[in-house]
Design a protein around this ligand. Structure first.
Ligand SMILES: [Mg+2]
Length: 392
């Protein structure tokens, strides 16, 4: 069996262009699907896939690890830059899909699973609709509470909110108290039995991240995400030591070495590797083994398209340390129209059971994708009150 060609299909989903990767083999009808979505970097990822294809065309797609080594290590530059790592991830996901299809088993079986009967999903407030999740001001605590109630009504037992505002490197009480009021309103709205996660989106400096972590401690968060930039590993560790709230991070890290440094510093309780950025399932499985050694749980980052979700779920059905899966369902109304998926979601509990379809259990419907061609992603930019640049 040989790889004939590697294509990308771009599907504009407002804030993101989903980049689907299609690996075509010389076996009639045998193709693999992957996803390499990287918001605001669509054109460069598509080009990176094209560059990598030069290495792979003519190779046996079933030698997944061997091809991963080629993609990561050849052409001199290692694959850890975010654009190349995302392109590698998309191809790697598709190669595992091909292997599963060839052997007639779902990917989680290739990886030794299933290790659990179901996976719990959590949603973004508003189901991932850009205006609801990313653009509701933290000062609108009542709106956060209303969206939280809606998530629970939709069957979710866990949700995530961006309840920490863009914050200058040092500020007084105002943003901290606004965040605390916001989380208090959500907790009052849903009670103690629903899990609430807060994503700081690495907006705060280490000093402000510490203040937010302390202020939100009383509300029993399931985890507090990216309280400061992941590069500040020691500061993350300091925040983690100061609170009982589990600290989550890792969505911007690629390859095993960044995770090694993060875990070794004791900087997080929850690893949010992204299977479409970290180097694909091949890298994710190594990172998961490392996380296991450090007692760090897995809750992968997954706000992208439906192939990313399928791959993340397959990974979750093979990983003992996997605790919950991020999901969005309302970013665009036609989300489910561009794919056929084998995973079935129980709408009353928002849990997913393993499927028995070969490969990832997802097929991209190319004619449907063509109805949503590339468009420039909607910009999301942050400036502080003095006009200086902040983190989104
Ligand atoms: Mg995040």
């Amino acid at each position: 069996m040989r790889i004939e060609r590697i294509e990308t299909l771009v599907c504009n989903a407002r804030m993101r262009n989903w980049v689907f990767v299609k690996v075509v083999t010389d076996q009639p009808g045998l193709i693999g699907w992957g996803e390499a979505t990287l918001e605001w970097h669509t054109r460069s990822v598509v080009a990176a896939v094209e560059d990598l294809a030069e290495l792979l065309v003519g190779e046996d797609p079933r030698r997944v690890e061997h091809l991963w080594q080629m993609m990561w290590r050849q052409h001199f530059w290692h694959g850890s830059g975010i654009t190349r790592a995302t392109a590698i991830s998309g191809i790697d996901i598709a190669l595992w899909d091909i292997l599963g299809k060839e052997l007639g088993v779902p990917c989680h079986r290739l990886w030794g699973g299933p290790v659990r009967n179901r996976i719990r999903l959590y949603c973004h407030l508003g189901g991932g609709l850009m205006e609801a999740f990313y653009e509701t001001p933290v000062e609108q605590a009542d709106r956060f509470a209303q969206l939280a109630r809606e998530a629970v009504q939709q069957g979710f037992s866990a949700f995530k909110a961006m309840a920490v505002p863009p914050t200058a490197p040092l500020e007084g009480l105002q943003p901290v108290q606004a965040a605390a009021r916001c989380v208090e309103a959500m907790r009052d709205a849903v009670g103690p039995n629903v899990d609430i996660m807060v994503d700081c989106h690495a907006r705060p400096s280490p000093a402000m991240g510490m203040k937010f972590a302390r202020a939100l401690e009383p509300y029993g968060l399931y985890f507090l995400e990216e309280p400061c930039w992941p590069e500040h590993v020691q500061e993350l560790a300091r925040i983690r030591q100061a609170v009982a709230t589990p600290i989550a991070t890792g969505e911007r890290i690629t390859g095993i070495h960044g995770f090694r440094d993060l875990f070794a510093a004791g900087a997080c309780d929850v690893c949010q590797l992204d299977i479409t950025h970290c180097g694909g399932p091949t890298a994710a499985r190594r990172i998961a083994a490392l996380a296991d050694a450090y007692g760090v749980a897995l809750a992968p980052h997954n706000p992208q398209g439906p192939v990313s979700t399928a791959a993340t779920l397959e990974f979750g059905f093979s990983q003992p340390g996997f605790v919950i899966c991020e999901s969005v369902h309302a970013d665009v109304p036609w989300r489910n129209d561009v794919v056929r998926v084998a995973h079935r979601i129980d709408p009353t509990t928002r849990t997913v059971q393993p499927h028995e379809q070969p490969g990832l259990g997802v097929e991209v419907i190319e004619s449907a994708v063509k109805q949503h061609p590339f468009e420039q992603e909607l910009l999301q930019r942050v400036f502080y009150s003095d006009g200086s640049v902040g983190d989104w």
